[in-house]
Write a protein that binds this ligand. Structure first.
Ligand code: NAP
Length: 469
């Protein structure tokens, strides 16, 4: 038998999930001059690009420019795309291990973290992840029963997702109409009665997770005032010292102090930023949200020397009609793959999938042979799109180091047509790169006609209609 990874026996790799981390892994594999590789993307939706399509805010089109890199990868003859194929439903773990030399799980973080407070599941209290999916035309969230007939919304969290959702809630719809925001969202936002978004950070201004361009953007939204209370952003000595080392925190503080210095607030809409507050309970009457009870916090230093929030026992109610919790994404277990509930990641060392109880330094590591993980499912839900690149390259290094030890797959399954036959025998209505290109062209054309970058198709049924039609 010739060696796997040569022209005679290309290395067959399946990448589950066609988001940024998966694409960067593919790019790294394709770049190796000494490797002959055949890559199949298996993706739940007919549309590729994961969070670049479904997560990046529509008013951040420049971030989506990375699609050009991913497009090039998709057009590589060594790469195939099988969209509209759900791992664990259409294709199973035992299928993939039988048909591929190596498998990369690039499944991201499909769920959200919870606040664990009463009222969290009331109508109009949603994870920001759902709201993001809704305005980005993610098929799962198209029907999110949002009520925008409210004057004030509260957004919990101080990360960049909280910044995105706050901005989208208050940006004039005519501005959003220049983007690829989903049509259903634009229509609803046009009719929105929202006047204020209150953004709550549990720690202080110096500890906020957002980055400086995002906090600066708030001040540039037409028709929107940004309210910050100068007293609320005063720093304790340890926070002040933090600014010496953390340039982002220092730059953020400068912007926040600028907002605090403004006293004229005349615009129709406002963003009120509050720090050192935690949600305690979402209040309601007759099933409708009426407010959120919050507790004021103080910063305390924990055993590791980092500052965390501690309740002061002082409570307050903010009247509101909507709550979005933006406190982080969360990965969920997938079929046949060990999952570490504590870290909410696929159990791995250097991208190699391992049995969970062997992550312990003293136990022998039990590797799942030929299975790997990249992106948020590997390291948790943090980092910008570009951060996935070195992370995926590191996993590919592990894959290549493991090549000499590959167990190998049945020769009959090496034929690239074999997995296609398997899917056809199961009547899986898979979508190819050409199909996606057709849908892409359709969306771009619709966009062009309206002077927008793209008009998205937001249901799988309609996507398939465009493709098959
Ligand atoms: P994130 O950056 O981890 O922020 C999570 C926020 O939630 C933090 O402020 C955290 O506060 C807070 N939080 C966590 N649990 C909480 C609780 N129980 N109560 C109150 N607050 C709580 O996560 P993210 O915003 O979901 O973003 C994920 C990643 O995507 C980040 O790396 C982000 O930069 C990136 N992203 C980037 C962009 C962009 O470039 N424009 C846009 C969107 C997302 P503590 O700090 O106190 O834990």
């Amino acid at each position: 038998m010739s060696q796997v990874g040569t022209a005679a026996q290309p290395l067959r790799v399946a990448i589950i999930g066609a988001g940024p981390a998966g694409f960067y892994a593919a790019e790294s594999l394709l770049k190796r001059a000494d490797l002959t590789v055949a890559i199949d993307f298996i993706n739940r939706f007919p549309t590729p690009f994961g969070l670049v399509r479904d997560g990046v805010a529509p008013d951040h089109q420049s971030i989506k420019a990375v699609i050009r890199v991913f497009d090039k990868i998709l057009s590589d003859p060594r790469v195939r795309f099988f969209g509209n194929v759900t791992y664990g439903v259409d294709l199973h773990h035992h299928d993939l291990v039988a048909y591929y030399d190596q498998i990369i799980y690039a499944v991201g973080a499909q769920a959200d973290r919870r606040m664990h407070i009463p009222g969290e599941d009331l109508p109009n209290s949603y994870p920001a992840t759902a709201f993001v999916g809704w305005y980005n035309g993610h098929p799962d969230y198209r029907e999110l029963p949002l009520d925008l007939d409210v004057e004030r919304a509260v957004v919990i969290g101080n990360g960049n997702v909280a910044m995105d959702v706050t901005r989208i809630l208050v940006t004039p719809p005519d501005e959003l109409a220049k983007t690829d925001i989903a049509d259903h969202a634009l229509e609803r936002l046009r009719a929105s009665k929202l006047r204020e978004v209150v953004l709550l950070g549990r720690r202080g201004a110096a500890q906020a997770a957002f980055t400086t361009p995002e906090i600066k953007e708030f001040g540039k939204i037409p028709g929107v005032d940004v309210l910050v209370d100068a007293q609320n952003i005063e720093l304790d000595p340890q926070s002040a010292a933090l600014l010496e080392e953390d340039r982002t925190a220092a730059a953020n503080m400068e912007v926040l102090r600028g907002y605090a210095a403004q006293t004229q607030h005349t615009q129709a809409r406002r963003i009120t930023m509050r720090f050192l507050t935690s949600p305690v309970e979402i209040l309601s009457e007759h099933g409708h949200i009426t407010g959120i009870r919050i507790e004021r916090n103080a910063l305390v230093t924990d055993a590791n020397g980092s500052q965390r929030a501690q309740g002061t026992g002082e409570f307050e109610v903010i009247p509101c009609g909507m709550v979005l919790r933006s406190i982080g994404y969360r990965s969920t277990p997938i079929e046949g793959v060990p999952f570490n509930e504590e870290t909410a990641t696929i159990s791995n060392i250097a991208g190699r999938v391992i049995h969970p109880d062997t992550a312990d330094d003293n136990a022998p590591t039990m590797v799942h042979p030929a299975e790997y993980v990249v992106g948020w499912a590997k390291r948790g839900p943090s980092g910008l799109i570009g951060n996935n690149k070195p992370d995926s390259v590191a996993t590919v290094e592990s894959m290549l180091a493991d090549l000499p030890n590959l167990a190998g797959i049945d020769d009959a399954h090496r034929d690239p047509a074999a997995i296609v036959s398997l899917m056809q025998s199961r009547h899986i209505d898979f979508v190819t790169v050409q199909d996606w290109k057709k849908l892409d062209a359709y969306e771009l054309d619709r966009g062009k006609a309206q002077g927008r970058p793209r008009v998205k198709v937001t249901t799988v049924a309609e996507m398939l209609e465009v493709i098959r039609g």
